[in-house]
Design a protein around this ligand. Structure first.
Ligand code: HEM
Length: 127
């Protein structure tokens, strides 16, 4: 029961994180000043920290650790790439083109992580 509660929390954070990233991406493209709002900076950290903590709890409970189980390794690496692309898209990208390119790439990586989660295969939809 506890496992399913944590898994539901994990999946809820997956949806919230993607929805928040999509919204911030749209605000970046349209130049909406809400992108700089205090809440816009704080809430994603809360969601992503909960996402990661729930992921760690699940891996410990089923003992499928990153760098041991291929799919868990793929998810961790994917998460790192997604975070890096996300910072380029929303903050560090010098031009609008670079930011939009990084935004689209981050979304594709995110979908790939979801496909790894659903298939438990390290290559996900690339298999
Ligand atoms: C952006 C990052 C992530 C996304 C989008 C994501 C997505 C998902 C999804 C959709 C599920 C449900 C799969 C199902 O219904 O069978 C899931 C489950 C799970 N995720 Fe994640 N996840 C992410 C990060 C991580 C990380 C970093 C880990 C740790 C390696 C992790 C470990 C797990 C585990 C152990 C489960 C439960 C698997 C099961 O019960 O069969 N997740 N994840």
């Amino acid at each position: 029961m506890f496992y399913y509660a944590i898994k539901n929390l994990h999946i809820t954070c997956v949806v919230l994180s993607a929805a928040g990233f999509l919204l911030r991406g749209v605000w970046m493209i349209t130049g909406n000043p809400l992108l700089q709002h205090r809440l816009t900076r704080i809430v994603p950290h809360l969601v992503d920290t909960t996402l990661l903590l729930s992921a760690i709890t699940l891996t410990v409970m089923i003992q499928q650790y990153p760098f041991v189980a291929g799919w868990a390794t793929a998810k961790i690496l994917g998460l790192i790439v997604y975070i890096l692309l996300g910072t380029v898209a929303l903050k560090r990208g010098r031009t609008r083109e670079v930011r939009i390119g990084a935004f689209v790439a981050a979304l594709l990586v995110y979908l790939w992580i979801v496909s790894v989660a659903l298939t438990k295969h390290a290559a996900g939809y690339l298999a």
